[in-house]
Design a protein around this ligand. Structure first.
Ligand code: NAD
Ligand code: ZN
Length: 358
């Protein structure tokens, strides 16, 4: 992956950890200190195997385990990692390795971006969301006083190493939630990929590793293409927010009881509905987008929604520039556009559409 001002880095798609040691040597981190950052769930699953590999290439390996969960994505936990890095005299030539989902990836990246004004880090993403989305693109950070991702930095990893087999141990809801972002990449940019997903529905559900490898690879190609054009989110990158304006509002409205992917799935339906009503998308395509979420275990309606409250919440989203909401609509499957004309009435109608009780 190449970004204008930043060095290039490799993304390795693998079915195991066998090549990890070689890849670390390739980027010049043999005989350095390595700090492995993981969370309390992933620690029990994969850190022994990864530590064994790291120990063979590194001068020393330390491990920091963050308690699992978004509620620990904060500066207190980052401070504990800084302390370990200082205590173990990590310098600018040493390396941070993130092993885990998006929470670990974002926090490790932020630690790497800020410790000694920046040390190298690599990502080993282990959730579908992290593999197909969050490990690519260089956004790092933590939540602050209840505000999501309020403190952070754009900071690129030196390597992303994906072991697709790790997706086998994800629970069903986590997998479906991550899949929503995969589907999003097809819907906004790549209709062939979208069709491929539908054709491979069974294999994806079975978590056939070869199918998942191709899926993650193609999903990353879309994300990569978008962020390479717009690394710091000035234009094109906004397309990745498809389903996210109402999705985020629903996430907050439901007090984060639903998973992110479930909320953006509802957001996809709402955004596709608005696209249809505005005459951008055909009715058939609207129903296709909606109905194809169901076999992937993603919700398309909620039992009841307070539309006014959800609309109010879209306006407190930090991505809303002043009053103008940048809505992402679709012209057809595979082609998304930015639209700043969506009215409250249009959102209200879309929210009614996904409200089961209406
Ligand atoms: P997560 O990191 O909390 O992981 C979800 C759960 O799965 C955790 O309990 C974790 O311990 C567990 N887990 C991880 N890998 C596993 C495996 N292989 N098997 C079994 N369990 C496993 O959450 P997530 O969904 O991966 O990521 C969400 C985070 O990503 C949010 O904080 C969000 O803000 C961030 N994010 C960042 C970007 C970005 O561009 N940087 C993009 C989207 C989301
Ligand atoms: Zn998302």
């Amino acid at each position: 992956v190449c970004y204008q001002e930043k060095p290039c880095y490799d993304i390795v798609y693998s079915k195991d950890f066998a090549e990890l040691g070689e890849e670390i040597k390739k980027i010049g981190f043999e005989n350095r200190k390595i700090c492995l950052i993981t969370d309390s769930n992933v620690d029990g699953l994969y850190s022994d195997e990864v530590c064994d590999i790291l120990n063979k290439v590194a001068k020393a390996v330390i491990k920091c385990v963050i308690p699992a969960g978004e509620k620990n994505k904060n500066l207190d936990e980052i401070n504990k990692i800084y302390e370990q890095l200082i205590l173990n005299r990590f310098d600018r030539h040493d390396l941070i390795v993130a092993l885990g989902g998006g929470v670990v990836g974002d926090m490790s990246g932020f630690t790497a971006a800020t410790y000694l004004r920046g040390i190298a880090f690599i990502q080993i993403p282990t959730t579908l969301l992290a593999q197909s989305d969050s490990s690519i693109g260089g956004k790092t950070g933590v939540d602050y006083k209840g505000y999501k991702n309020m403190v952070g930095a754009f900071y690129m990893p030196r390597l992303v190493y994906m072991n697709i087999s790790t997706l086998k141990t994800l629970d069903g809801r986590q997998f479906a939630s991550g899949f929503a972002e995969v589907m999003k990449h097809g819907i906004i940019k790549d209709s062939e990929f979208y069709t491929w997903l539908i054709d491979n529905m069974y294999e994806i559900d079975e978590r056939d590793v070869d199918t998942l490898l191709e899926m993650v690879y193609r999903s990353c190609l879309v994300k990569k293409a978008v962020v390479e054009k717009d690394p710091t989110e000035k234009g094109e990158r906004a397309l990745l927010n498809f389903g996210h304006t109402l999705g985020h509002a629903i996430e907050k409205y439901k007090n984060f009881e639903l998973m992110h992917g479930e909320c953006i799935s509802l957001g996809f339906v709402a955004a596709a509905f608005i696209s249809w009503k505005k005459g951008l998308l055909s009715m058939e395509e609207y129903y296709e987008v909606r109905d194809m979420l169901v076999p992937f275990n993603l919700p398309i309606s909620l039992d009841s929604i307070d539309a006014e409250e959800v609309i109010r919440l879209t306006k407190s989203d930090k991505k809303a520039d002043a009053d103008k909401i940048k809505f992402i609509l679709i012209k057809k499957i595979g082609r998304a556009v930015i639209d700043t004309t969506v009215t409250d009435d249009e959102m209200r109608a879309a929210l009614e559409e996904i409200d089961w009780s209406k």
